[in-house]
Ligand binder design. Structure first.
Ligand code: T5A
Length: 220
């Protein structure tokens, strides 16, 4: 999948209510206006089967499930998403913007559910090979602020019903991955107002695109 015409894979991560979806839509509109070919998708979901699995995963009536079941259902949806949507789009040179990807599994199932990073990494390596996002926007927000925003919309889904400690573990794991990561992470202070967050995203985006251009990347 290497080569100058390959698309780019950009993911949006963070705990509940961090503002990922809002900022993804904002960036999509900007890229569309600039004439760039982009595809917007999400996880869990992104395909008909993946969306059905998402309903199952988020339905509060499903109640508790073993952490392993949750992780495997998420990776089942991801397998479908990768093979049917993400990989073909990247091959066509399309830039893919995904609302969450595997970093969420490290944060929520690896840390939140306590399964550990190794199990998640084993599935990641098996399913994805060397495919990783080119850029990860991590929207960091205090857990209480994020949950207040998310819950202002109405009733909680199955995962939003977890306690504060669960989301603290997830937030911590995200930040750890960004700190020890490969330089692909851009941590955005998502506790600010919408416009300030958007301005930070724009700055980070412009810097990243400039960096690609300096490297002589033909897809920019
Ligand atoms: N999951 C997912 C896993 O456990 N493992 C995995 O591997 C994967 C891929 C997905 C769930 O699945 C779990 C994680 C999740 O629990 P979801 O509905 O997609 O479910 O959950 P979220 O992605 O968390 O969606 P949210 O909508 O809750 O969060 P967002 O997208 O971060 O927030 P957004 O943009 O929708 O904004 C939420 C509200 O806050 C306001 C918005 O207007 C909106 O009302 N807002 C702000 N208000 C003030 N200031 C700002 N800066 C604001 N930004 C947004």
């Amino acid at each position: 999948m290497k080569g100058s015409t390959r698309g780019r894979f950009i993911t949006f991560e963070g705990i509940e209510g961090a503002g990922k979806s809002t900022q993804l839509e904002r960036l999509r509109q900007r890229l569309h206006a600039e004439g760039r070919d982009v595809l917007v998708t999400r996880e869990p979901g992104g395909t008909p089967l993946g969306e059905q699995l998402r309903e199952l995963l988020l339905d509060p009536r499903v109640g508790a499930m073993a952490a392993e079941t949750e992780l495997l259902l998420i990776f089942a949806a991801r397998a479908e998403h990768l093979r049917a949507v993400i990989e073909p789009a990247l091959e066509r040179g399309v830039w893919v913007l995904s609302d969450r990807f595997t970093d969420a599994s490290f944060a929520y199932q690896g840390a939140g559910r306590g399964l550990g990073a190794q199990r998640v990494a084993a599935l990641e390596n098996w399913l994805q090979g060397d495919l990783r996002p080119d850029l990860v926007f991590l929207f960091d927000v205090p857990v209480l602020t994020g949950l207040e925003r998310a819950l202002a919309r109405g009733k909680r889904d199955r995962i939003e019903s977890e306690d504060m400690a669960f989301f603290e573990r997830a937030r911590h794991a995200y930040l750890e991955r960004a700190r020890s990561g490969s330089g692909r992470y851009q941590v955005i202070d998502a506790a600010q107002g919408l416009d300030a967050v958007g301005a930070e995203v724009d700055l980070a985006w412009d810097a990243w695109v400039r960096k690609l251009a300096c490297k002589g990347d033909g897809s920019v």
